[in-house]
Design a protein around this ligand. Structure first.
Ligand code: AMP
Length: 182
């Protein structure tokens, strides 16, 4: 199984920019646009993930809006499997399944098309996003995959904000892999 060595982790970490106090005071925003516009870093990441997931016999990669789309679509194309978007409420045009999750104040909702896995029960699905913080979004996304009759074989995140505890929460629902724990 492919895992990153310390030099490779540092290389990826160095390609990600930290923006203090965005979008509100106190948040350290992890800006992956600097990884995306560095062809060496983006290429390395997608090659690494392709190598890791080539052996998982995936049917689909599902990405969480919106940065999960970027990594997920690139990876799905490399692996020659389908890509499925998990979107914020009201964006998907056909019949959907929705899942609510709690935020600090109030709640949010994500959706998947009911036929995202083409009615094939037990489709092997990799879930991907750029970052896991409290894990609310990822937990809802895993539940959506299950409700659409997919089997979430792993949930993969580039960055894990460890102290917020999301990784632990999601690992109760599906196997979890995080590349950079910070
Ligand atoms: P959560 O549901 O708390 O795990 O939040 C995860 C989602 O929010 C992911 O889609 C991330 O892209 C985004 N997110 C949360 N915190 C940050 C952060 N510090 N920097 C960048 N994105 C974040």
């Amino acid at each position: 199984m492919s895992i990153l060595d310390e030099n490779q982790k540092q290389f990826l970490l160095d390609s990600i920019r930290n923006i203090p106090d965005f979008p509100k005071p106190g948040i350290q925003f992890k800006d992956i646009t600097t990884l995306l516009n560095d062809p060496k870093a983006f290429g390395f990441l997608i090659d690494f993930l392709t190598d890791r997931y080539a052996r998982f016999e995936l049917d689909y990669v599902a990405g969480i809006e919106s940065r999960g789309f970027i990594f997920g679509a690139a990876l799905a194309a490399k692996l020659e499997v389908g890509f499925v978007p998990i979107r914020k409420k009201g964006k998907l045009p056909s019949t959907t399944i929705a899942e609510k999750y709690s935020l600090e104040y109030g709640f949010d909702e994500v959706e998947i098309h009911i036929d995202a896995f083409r009615e094939k029960e037990g489709s092997r699905v990799l879930l991907i996003d750029d970052l896991i913080a409290t894990g609310g979004t990822a937990e809802a996304a895993v539940k959506l995959i299950q409700s659409a009759k997919g089997h979430c074989v792993e949930a993969c995140f580039l960055l894990n904000l460890e102290e917020l505890g999301g990784a632990k929460k999601v690992s109760n629902l599906a196997p979890l892999y995080t590349l950079l724990d910070i």
